[in-house]
Each structure stands twice: as C-alpha cells, then as structure tokens.
Write a protein that binds this ligand. Sequence first.
Ligand code: SF4
Length: 306
Amino acid sequence: MNQKTKVYFTKDITKAADLFDAAEIGKIISPNDSVALKIHFGEPGNTAYIKPDKVKNIYNKVLELGGKPFFTDCNTLYQGPRNNTKEHLGVAKDHGYSDVIIPEEDDSVSVNVNLKHFKDVYLGGVVPRADVLIALTHFKGHELTGFGGALKNLGMGLGNRKGKLEMHSDCDNCKAREGCKKKEKLASCWVGSSKLVQEKIVEYAFSGIKSKANKVAYINFITDVSPNCDCYDHNDEPIVPDIGILASFDPVAIDQACVDLVNQTEGRIKSRNKFRALWPNTDWSIQLRYAEEIGLGSRKYELTPT
Ligand code: SF4
C-alpha cells in the first residue's frame, strides 16, 4: 500500500469523541460486538499515561452504538506489578480504570503469520476473541524504538510474556545462548538490536490487526510526550507541549503523522528530528518502513483537521 490515507486531527485533547465521529470509527462496530480498547495503564509512579477522563467518551461512544467495550492490555515481561494479571488489574484500578480485562499467561493464542522473523506469534487471548479492536495510544519517546506509537501499542502490547521475550531476544546472535534457560522460564531478555526489535514488534502488530479482519481503528494522543515509555515508574519533562489527538484506520499513517507533528512543534529539544536527537543510536523510521513493506499501511497521509 502506498497511497495517502486519511488521518483526522484535533488540537482539543478533550474532544476524542468528536474525533471518533469525524473519522467514522463507528462504522466498524455492530450491535453486540465486543470492542477491545487496547491501552497502556502506566506503571505506578508514571503520570504521562492516558488518563481515563480522556478516553471515557470513546468508551461511551461504543456503548451508544450497541457495542460492548472494555479496556485491555497484556502483562509485561519485566519484573513489576504489571507482570501478572492480579496486580496489573490493581494498577489499572489505581489509575482510575474500570471494566478492564487482562489475560492470564495461560490464556494465549498462537497466530500463524509466516513473516521474516516469525512463523507464529503468541498473543494474550483477550484481543483475538474480541470482534473489534481500537488502539488508544499514548504517543511518546522510547529508548529502544525511538518513539512508541500505535504499532508498538499493538505489537509489544498484544504479545503475551512468551511473545514479548521473543521480540526482545536475539537468540541466533547471542553469545550467552549455550545453556540459556530464559526462554523456558519466561525471564526477561533485552539482547536484540533496535532494528530487530522494531521489525518483530511490527510482525506482532500485523498478527493482532489481521486477527480482527480489519475491524481495527487507531486513536493516538500526543500529550505528555515523555522521552521514555510509560513502563517507567516516573516520566521526565515532555519534549513538546501537548499537540492533540489523531484518529485513523491506518497504523502507519497515524504514527508517521504523529512524528511529523512532534518534529514541527517547538519544544525543549531544538531539532527537526526530535526522537533521533533524544535517541541518536535508534532509527525510529525502521518500524514505519517495515510496516509499510508488509502491507499494514502507508507513510503517506492526508491530515484532516476537525
Ligand atoms: S540470553 Fe536472551 S537472546 Fe540470549 S539465548 Fe537467552 S533468551 Fe536468547
């Protein structure tokens, strides 16, 4: 796919419901559809994650359409309160979220993708069972991928812990491979290069999107654009002021549009390539190029203000 796709944009961060209507996201929701709202609930101590009052109106929109919405995420690979379902639910509740479903590790679905890095991927079982998927993404920096957008929210975010380990590790090139028991024990591993991790994330996003037969929409919040992801128990000063909310049916176009808007906005980092300035060793464009290559969307977009 290499055509311009539409990305809708509002500067008013309280108007997610109006943006939902402008982008016609309702057309993918039928009465009684279960609608997974994939979000990152934020690590305890982090304050940059999307707050529930910003997305409650999207939840209500789905209800009005006769859908059955719920918020969801999968458990983390690293040690912490979000690496098991019971405590993860507690974090979501502490951060103001209700109606949350988080799969246990044994609730897993294997999806055949036959791509460059993976033949099969391992997702938490909740999203594959839903009828519709809406990615609610906090757009921010990330030390491993340059930025974290919709592709990362669905790629790393939909993988179960086994899947996350496979995305983060590079066993073929690892010097510690002999006798390594990490895979069997679901231990953490961050051996892979940024290029490899980005491409693997995109393959996981591909599986989640294809499992929904394209009943998938994306809403990105360019708010509290922290240098690092929401998995940290703190967040540094935003690199730009809040910019707004974007909506699209194309995960590549929406992430590209977010990067461009951040780069065009004056902030504390004086660069036209702010994520590269933040993370000089990380080429964030790899994820967009690879996603476009495997048919997830287009880097060419038409920004439509609402
Ligand atoms: S340390 Fe990580 S990358 Fe190396 S073999 Fe073990 S799991 Fe694979």
